[in-house]
Design a binder for this molecule. Structure first.
Ligand code: ATP
Ligand code: MG
Length: 418
C-alpha cells in the first residue's frame, strides 16, 4: 500500500483528553524530549497510555520511536542495547531505573522470512516499521494507543479509544490467527479483562475455546512470567478460575487440572497481596498444589515426615521442571506443603517444639491460615497454632535449668625443677 492510501489514525488533541505530563515519570519525559529534539518520533506506547487514559497509575512507561537502537544509543550516554529476542535500548537513570526505548516494528512479509524456521521467531520480532505497523503488531486495541510528545496528542490507529470507552478487550485482527501466532495472548486477554473489569469481545472467547490447547506450546518461561504478573496484579484467583472453566488450565500448567479449593485459596492470596504482602513464587506454587498434596498424603501422626516430604516432591516436581523453577524455590514450596501437613495433623505430636522453631513454620502457618479461610473446619486449629507460635518458647515449656557442674580442672603439670 502506498503512503497516500494508508488510512489515517484518529488523533485526539491535548484539549480533548485528560493525559497530562504531570502523570508521566520525569526521566521518561527527558527521554521523549531528547528524541524529539533530535527530530525523531517519540511516543509513549502500550500499557502506560491505556492506564493514564483510564485515570490509573501506570506500572511503567515504555517509549516507542522511529530511531533505530544504534541511533538511540548515540543520543544517550547512559544507554545499553539489550535483548536477543527483541532488540531494545535501555536508558539507565539513578537508582537502577531503566527506561525501555523500542524502535517501531512491523510483521515481516512471508518472502522476507529467513530460510531456517528456527530463526523465524527472532526475525519476526526485529523488523522495523512505521508507527501504524507497530500499532498493528500489538495484542489488544487498548494496548496500541500512542501519546505523542511533539504535540501531546493521543494517536489511535486501531480503534482503541472506542474500546476504552466501551470497556472492551478486542483483539487487533482475527483472534484465531493472533492466538496461533502467540498463544500467550489468550492468557493476557483474560488477565486484562479481569484487571480492568472490561468485557471480553465474544470473538476472543470463541477463539480461546478453539485454541486453548495451543497454550501448551508457548515457551514455559513466558507462561511463568505471565502467571507471576497475575499474582502481582492480584487477579490470579479469578483468571485461573476462568482458565479452568474454559478447559485451558491443564494445558497451561503442565497437565495440572486444578481444584475448586486451590483456586479459592489463590483468590485469598490475591487479597493478601492487595493488603500489601508481596507475593513469593514458592507460596503461590504451594497454594496451587496444597489440596492435591493433602489428598495424596492425608495428615496423620502415623505418616512419617520423610514420606510427606517425598509426596510433596512428587507433586511439585513436574511443575518445577516444566517451568525450570530454581531448586531454592522448589525447596521452599515443598517445606510449605510439609509445614501445612504438620499443622493439619494437630497439636501435641512428637517434635512439635522443634517444628515451631523451624524458620519455615511462620510462613507455613500463613498459608495454613489462608487455607482455613477456605476450609472453616480448619479455623480453630489455625487459631490455636497462631496463639502458640506467638508465645515465645520460654513461656511455652519452661525448662528447668540444671546448675552447671564445674569441671574439675586437671592440675597443670608442675614444671620440672632442674
Ligand atoms: P502492564 O505492564 O500494566 O502489565 P502492558 O500493557 O504494559 O501492561 P506489557 O506486558 O508490559 O503490558 O507489554 C507492553 C505492550 O507490549 C502491551 O501493551 C502490548 O502493546 C505489547 N505486547 C505485550 N505482549 C504482547 C503480545 N504477546 N503480543 C502482542 N503485543 C504484545
Ligand atoms: Mg508494561
Amino acid at each position: 500500500m502506498s503512503k497516500q492510501q494508508e488510512p489515517q489514525p484518529i488523533i485526539l488533541p491535548r484539549d480533548q483528553h485528560g493525559v497530562s505530563r504531570k502523570q508521566i515519570d520525569e526521566d521518561t519525559l527527558k527521554v521523549l524530549y531528547r528524541l524529539h529534539r533530535n527530530k525523531q518520533l517519540a511516543y509513549l506506547v502500550g500499557g502506560s497510555v491505556r492506564d493514564m487514559l483510564l485515570g490509573r497509575k501506570p506500572k511503567d512507561f515504555d517509549v516507542g520511536t522511529d530511531a533505530t537502537p544504534s541511533q538511540v544509543r548515540r543520543l544517550f550516554r547512559n544507554c545499553f542495547l539489550v535483548g536477543r529476542r527483541f532488540r531494545l535500548a535501555h536508558i539507565r537513570f539513578a537508582g537502577n531505573k531503566l527506561i525501555e526505548v523500542a524502535t517501531f516494528r512491523r510483521h515481516p512479509r512471508e518472502d522476507e522470512l529467513p530460510d531456517d524456521p528456527d530463526e523465524h521467531f527472532h526475525f519476526v520480532q526485529n523488523v522495523f516499521g512505521s508507527p501504524r505497523e507497530d500499532a498493528y503488531r500489538r495484542d489488544f486495541t487498548i494496548n496500541a494507543l500512542f501519546y505523542n510528545i511533539a504535540d501531546f496528542s493521543i494517536i489511535d490507529h486501531v480503534g482503541g479509544l472506542e474500546d476504552l470507552r466501551a470497556k472492551r478487550i478486542r483483539m487487533i485482527g482475527d483472534p484465531l490467527i493472533r492466538f496461533e501466532e502467540d498463544p500467550v495472548r489468550m492468557l493476557r486477554a483474560l488477565e486484562f479483562a479481569t484487571r480492568l473489569n472490561f468485557t471480553l469481545d465474544p470473538a476472543i472467547l470463541e477463539a480461546i475455546e478453539q485454541k486453548k490447547e495451543l497454550i501448551a506450546t508457548a515457551a514455559p518461561a513466558r507462561i511463568r512470567e505471565e502467571i507471576i504478573e497475575l499474582y502481582r496484579h492480584k487477579v490470579a484467583g479469578p483468571v485461573l478460575k476462568q482458565c479452568r472453566e474454559l478447559g485451558m488450565l491443564p494445558h497451561l500448567l503442565a497437565g495440572y487440572p486444578g481444584t475448586d479449593e486451590s483456586i479459592e485459596l489463590i483468590a485469598k492470596i490475591d487479597q493478601r497481596t492487595a493488603s500489601g504482602v508481596p507475593i513469593e513464587e514458592a507460596f503461590a506454587i504451594a497454594a496451587l498444589y496444597l489440596r492435591l498434596f493433602m489428598d495424596n498424603c492425608p495428615p496423620s501422626p502415623q505418616v512419617p515426615i520423610t514420606e510427606a516430604l517425598h509426596k510433596a516432591n512428587e507433586i511439585i516436581i513436574p511443575h518445577c521442571r516444566y517451568f525450570s523453577i530454581a531448586q531454592g524455590i522448589r525447596h521452599q514450596a515443598r517445606e510449605l506443603l510439609v509445614g501445612c501437613f504438620r499443622l493439619a495433623r494437630g497439636r501435641g505430636i512428637r517434635g512439635e517444639r522443634r517444628f515451631l522453631q523451624h524458620p519455615f513454620t511462620p510462613n507455613a502457618l500463613e498459608l495454613f491460615k489462608l487455607w482455613a479461610e477456605v476450609r472453616p473446619d480448619l479455623e480453630p486449629l489455625a487459631k490455636e497454632w497462631q496463639k502458640t507460635l506467638k508465645t515465645p518458647p520460654a513461656q511455652k515449656e519452661p525448662t528447668r535449668k540444671r546448675p552447671r557442674r564445674r569441671r574439675k580442672r586437671k592440675p597443670s603439670p608442675q614444671p620440672k625443677s632442674s
